[in-house]
Design a protein. Structure first.
Length: 299
């Protein structure tokens, strides 16, 4: 079986490439040129067409997205393109080459007022990113009606830099010791990218077997934390002080961050079998390297 993973240089895409190790995989990157990955702009229909025409994959996974708030604010047209145009073009390409498509979306399509959210709950995004992810879902559905859409909450994992994930950035702030205020209102469900990638692998398998699943699926870790609670958890786990961290409400006060988007994901284990939960074992090694100001020591 052949797979093309778009966005394979990113946090989730790197895990998805590892999880698809029983397939012949082509991964793409964009600004991060990594040996073994094809450099490709997913807002270019021609580039997508050429790659899919060459590889003729059985399955395509779209992990392309722009989730950095500074990019949404600074270059919104670019961020919109990376979230919506890329989704539509990849979906059109997958349909044309006859591949099954798995598209990644976000819990930010919901407004956070009525958790838990089922896959058929009514979306009502509060910010531009959530609106783009919802428009991307609709574009995918229109271009490739049998695609599977997987909504995920905030991810963490093997980060390449502290700010790549909320948890590792918070670990850096715990370790740095400088006074900082962290939101203690909005609840997140940090989910390991490897766990999400295992779900992607099983979903792809189900698509390839022709198993009937709902067109939208949810996956999420079970434990919810505010950013402040994540800081306290990290400090306790490593015997550090959290006295320099104050509880605040910056994210909630902006009105642009949902307060609680807990995803109801009970349908997936029923359809795909139990998935190993990674939070308790994998959050400490994921954050530990970032507790020290110099960052991780190269091994
Ligand atoms: N991380 C989270 O907390 C989270 C939560 C829920 C949903 N999601 C969704 O999950 C998906 C993957 O997110 P992630 O966390 O892995 O994001 P990420 O680490 O920022 O990776 C994004 C990927 O998209 C690629 N990309 C960006 N612009 C591109 C373009 N114009 N053409 C081709 N590729 C482009 C990036 O390539 P380069 O890096 O090489 O430029 C990278 O491979 C996204 O749809 C995101 O919205 C993420």
């Amino acid at each position: 079986m052949r797979a093309v993973i778009f966005g394979a240089s990113g946090l989730l895409g790197r895990s998805v490439v590892r999880a698809f190790d029983d397939m012949s995989v082509t991964g793409t990157g964009f600004s991060r040129t990594v040996p073994g990955l094809v450099t490709l702009d997913a807002t270019s229909a021609d580039s997508i067409e050429r790659l899919l025409g060459r590889d003729q994959p059985d399955v395509v996974v779209n992990c392309v997205g722009e989730r950095r708030p500074e990019v949404w604010a600074g270059t919104p047209a670019q961020a919109r393109g990376r979230n919506i145009d890329a989704a539509r073009l990849i979906a059109e390409g997958a349909r044309r080459c006859g591949a099954r498509l798995l598209h990644i979306s976000s819990d930010y399509v919901f407004d956070g007022t009525a958790a838990p959210y089922r896959p058929d709950s009514l979306p009502n995004p509060l910010n531009a990113y959530g609106r783009w992810k919802l428009l991307a879902e609709r574009a995918v559905r229109a271009a490739c009606p049998d695609a599977a859409i997987l909504r995920l909450p905030v991810l963490y994992g093997h980060a390449q830099f502290a700010a790549e994930t909320n948890l590792t950035e918070i670990a850096r702030q715990v370790g740095a010791g400088a006074r900082v205020e962290l939101d203690d209102v909005c609840v997140r469900y940090p989910t390991h990218a490897d766990e999400a990638a295992e779900v992607c692998r099983r979903l792809a398998g189900a698509l390839l077997r022709g198993q009937r699943l709902g067109s939208v699926a949810h996956w999420s870790a079970e434990q919810g934390f505010t950013k402040y609670q994540m800081a306290v958890l990290i400090a306790h786990r490593f015997g550090l002080s959290a006295d320099h961290i104050r509880a605040g409400e910056a994210d909630a006060a902006s009105g642009e961050r949902p307060v609680d988007c807990r995803l109801d994901c009970q349908d997936l284990p029923e359809a795909l079998g139990p998935v190993r939960r990674l939070f308790s074992t994998e959050f400490p090694p994921a954050v530990e390297p970032w507790l020290f100001p110099a960052g991780p020591v190269p091994s």
